[in-house]
Design a protein around this ligand. Structure first.
Ligand SMILES: Nc1ncnc2c1ncn2[C@@H]1O[C@H](COP(=O)(O)OP(=O)(O)O)[C@@H](O)[C@H]1O
Ligand SMILES: O=C(CO)[C@H](O)[C@H](O)COP(=O)(O)O
Length: 464
């Protein structure tokens, strides 16, 4: 646990009667919180790695001859991560990390999670009926069915979409369908706090097929038998209820502490950067590379993994590549990254041409579940190797922004960086050289800060 509080730091004292707003970010490799006041000053922040809980999972294999077999042909039991237990534990550890004396004046809470991380739960108890489908998992078995019902190149026409995960589950089980419901990771964590099942936000709902322009699920989706599992959709930062009484008393939060709808991690990172003009963009260099460009025009094209999230009256056009920090972490420790980066000349072009992926499969700017990582030949020098990887990831970023322009989005004119990679100044310079644009570290680089801004938005709605 890394914990920072501004306790004792006089200039961030809390004024009498002042209230604070808590944002929680459940990212790929860990979770964080940020506690802010209405002016955006941070009063406390912290992070937790996910505890590693293992569980035996039923690995269903299907007969290749029968598309929708009623019974699994055989089952393998293998050890797998118990994400549900890990996320739940992390949520309450983060609440414990919030300074006790500040909890009483927290007016609202919001949470962001990884996009398309899909949970099938019991609609009465909220308990999971199945293991979660993670954000980058591809359920391509469902793709033909999804493509047969959705408009051509719709956002859901990707194996990693929430809808493909829902259809894959629906076609692989025979029981529990009538009592099942779908939630996203952030929705389920928020439910643990407020207790009202079946609510999501229009950012998380995008990849199950929600249309943020119509502000509804489209008819082609509502006519499907599994549409009964879909949650109701509200704008991000909408108050859903207040903190459950048992949690409130156990942790010492205020009686009317509101719990508000959340968003996805890369949208929260965009909100944190507070980029408000079309043409401004945020690249989240976390475990993945997620791009969000503020555009006056909407662009959706699943052939390239491009989709548009709604942000009030504009569009956040972009996508998420599987390249990014996860590949770096497979090869280097954070300390090695720091030391090796120091020795890189960012003005020198690396001759190495890689496509860094942590495993097979890419989502954006090419949607290719079979794309293999390319990280060889590895040079003798680790400095040159890291330089080649950073430059190759920057080239992918450049291709992504060019693609968005070619597809009709507002031309990018400035890029802010969020996520763990934002601290790497040499990487920033490499990216600036390749993008030919101003690239800088966002003032606030943590998605948790964006989630806290959503909590602030929700509290202001409560006050109206
Ligand atoms: N100095 C650095 N240069 C480049 N990448 C870094 C550096 N330090 C950490 N990272 C990368 O940042 C990533 C973690 O960023 P973070 O935003 O916490 O990820 P996430 O929220 O997606 O789990 C790691 O994958 C790590 O490789
Ligand atoms: O890569 C990811 C996890 O970090 C998510 O896919 C990322 O959140 C992108 O999804 P969205 O654009 O819907 O936020």
């Amino acid at each position: 646990m890394v914990f920072a509080s501004n306790e004792g730091n006089s200039e961030v004292g809390v004024q009498v009667g002042e209230q604070l707003y808590l944002g929680l970010d459940f990212g790929t490799s860990g979770a964080r919180f940020a506690l802010i006041d209405k002016g955006g000053t941070i009063h406390a922040q912290g992070k937790r790695e996910y505890p590693l809980y293992k569980m035996l999972s039923m690995q269903y294999e299907f007969s290749k001859q029968v598309a929708y077999i009623k019974e699994a042909s055989y089952r393998k039991r293998k050890e797998t991560m118990d994400w549900v237990r890990s996320w739940k534990q992390t949520l309450f550890l983060l609440l414990e990390d919030v300074p006790f004396h500040l909890r009483q004046i927290i007016a609202s809470i919001s949470i962001d999670g990884t996009s398309a991380t899909t949970m099938i739960i019991d609609s009465t108890t909220g308990e999971p009926l199945w293991r979660p489908f993670l954000y980058n998992e591809s359920c391509s078995d469902a793709l033909p069915v999804v493509k047969s019902i959705a408009p051509e190149n719709h956002t859901v026409c990707s194996g990693s979409s929430t809808l493909c995960k829902l259809v894959s589950w629906w076609n692989s089980v025979d029981s529990n369908k009538e009592s099942a419901a779908l939630l996203h990771q952030a929705d389920w964590l928020l439910w643990l706090l407020h207790g009202n099942l079946g609510v999501t936000d229009y950012n998380n709902a995008l990849k199950v097929g929600y249309d943020p322009e119509l502000d509804s699920y489209p008819p082609w989706l509502l006519s499907q038998p599994y549409s009964q599992l879909l949650p109701s959709v509200k704008a991000p930062g909408t108050p859903i209820g207040v903190l459950k009484e048992d949690i409130r008393t156990q942790y010492g939060f205020a009686k009317d502490c509101a719990v508000c709808t959340g968003t996805t991690d890369s949208i929260a990172a965009f909100l944190a950067a507070r980029a408000t003009k079309p043409g401004k963009a945020v690249t989240s260099l976390g475990s993945t590379l997620a791009i969000k460009l503020l555009s006056t025009s909407r662009v959706d094209d699943a052939r390239y993994g491009v989709y548009s999230h709604r942000l009030d009256d504009k569009w956040l056009v972009g996508g998420a590549s599987n390249t990014g920090g996860a590949v770096l972490r497979q090869i280097f420790t954070d300390e090695q990254l720091e030391n090796l980066s120091e020795q890189i000349n960012p003005m020198k072009t690396s001759p190495l041409d890689f496509y860094p992926l942590p495993t097979v499969g890419e989502r954006f700017p090419m949607a290719d579940p079979k794309m293999a990582p390319r990280l060889h030949p590895r040079p003798e020098s680790d400095v040159e190797y890291l330089h080649g990887i950073l430059e190759s990831i920057a080239r992918i970023e450049g291709k992504a922004y060019s693609l968005l322009k070619d597809l009709g989005a507002t031309q990018v004119e400035e890029v802010f960086t969020a996520g763990g990679g934002a601290k790497n100044e040499k990487w920033t310079k490499i990216r600036e050289r390749l993008l030919g644009l101003p690239v800088s570290r966002a003032i606030q680089t943590e998605a948790a800060y964006g989630a806290a801004l959503l909590a602030l938005k929700g509290a202001q709605q409560c006050a109206q």
